[in-house]
Design a protein around this ligand. Structure first.
Ligand code: 2OP
Length: 312
């Protein structure tokens, strides 16, 4: 198994570190545009292998896409992270050009790869990758739902005083502060609805905290988060590499599911060796469907920027 991570910033490096520690690949290429940067990070990680006991060979390269050839999975983290007070959407101008060119370069050397898009605004970057790559829709996944669902479980566990491992909770919609939809009415604590244990006020606070989970961290750290995004990527890569068929909220191109088409949004999908193996198209309540449609409208407006600038 060969995996490439594009972008050796905090998120990309954390993805590489996680993948290596779990030995999900024999070979891992870490690519960055900054001269020597990925090389340095890769050597630093390799110098942990004797201590941590992993066998993955991590190699850093500066913009050398030939070195990424025949990667079975590629994680794209390139682009600017957000600064405090910024929305993910404000990054579109810069990141669209970067993500488009990275996708084209990757496909030159790995034409049948599975791509996981992390760059923001993720829903629009995933749509751009889908349109740019021409790959079948099952081979393009957006990371955001795994992260947001994990943040949702964190806030639920804090309020319930329980282990996040005992929770089932899912976020759908978009990976944006106002577009994500934490489905609190479907969340359970070992199969018991969490709503039985939480007041309406507590529920509303958990949902609100989840929606601005990324922004809260950006305010505290000064840039966007990396541990939870890196773990979100790890869960998806692991399900692909080990063909686990885990059900993970992910950005995926919709063709009628949830009443939406020609758009990438976050919904629960089964992830296995072929990437997206199944989109779970379950019945939402009228309120949830209305919220989903509203998120779709906002993401579609963002995608229009790509159409207007002839990027798709
Ligand atoms: C986040 O929510 C980076 O979008 C990512 O932290």
């Amino acid at each position: 198994m060969k995996i490439t991570v594009v972008g050796a910033g905090a998120v990309g490096a954390t993805c590489a570190d996680n993948i290596a520690r779990k030995e999900l690949a024999e070979e891992l290429i870490l690519l960055d545009i900054r001269e020597g940067f990925a090389e340095g990070k890769a050597i630093d990680m390799m110098q942990t292998s004797a201590l941590l006991g992993f066998d993955t060979k991590i190699k850093g390269v500066t913009n050398d896409y030939a070195a990424t050839g025949n990667s079975e999975v590629v994680v794209i983290t390139s682009g600017l992270p957000r600064k405090p007070g910024m929305t993910r959407e404000e990054l579109i101008g810069t990141n669209a050009n970067i993500v488009k060119s990275v996708t084209e370069s990757i496909l030159k050397y790995s034409p049948n790869t599975i791509i996981i898009v992390v760059s923001n605004p993720m829903d629009t970057m995933n749509y751009l990758t889908m349109k740019t790559s021409g790959l079948p829709k099952n081979r393009i996944l957006g990371m955001g739902g795994a992260l947001d669902s994990s943040r949702f479980k964190y806030y639920l566990s804090q309020e319930l005083g329980c282990s996040p491992a005992d929770l089932n909770a899912v976020v759908i919609g978009g990976h944006g502060d106002t577009t994500m939809i934490p489905l609190i009415n479907h969340a359970t604590w070992n199969s018991i609805p969490v709503t039985q244990f939480l007041s309406k006020e507590q529920q509303d606070k958990i949902v609100a905290d989840t929606m601005v989970g990324g922004a809260t961290l950006t305010r505290l750290i000064g840039t966007s988060a990396w541990y939870a995004p890196g773990a979100g990527v790890l869960s998806m890569v692991e399900s692909i590499v080990r063909d686990e068929k885990r059900l993970i909220s992910s950005g995926v191109y919709l063709e009628g599911e949830y009443g939406q088409k020609d758009i990438s949004l976050v919904v629960p999908v089964v992830i296995g060796k072929n990437g997206v193996e199944k989109i779970l198209d379950f019945k939402l309540t009228a309120d949830e469907q209305a919220a989903f449609n509203k998120s779709a409208d906002a993401v579609r407006a963002m995608n229009q920027v790509l159409v207007d600038s002839k990027m798709v």
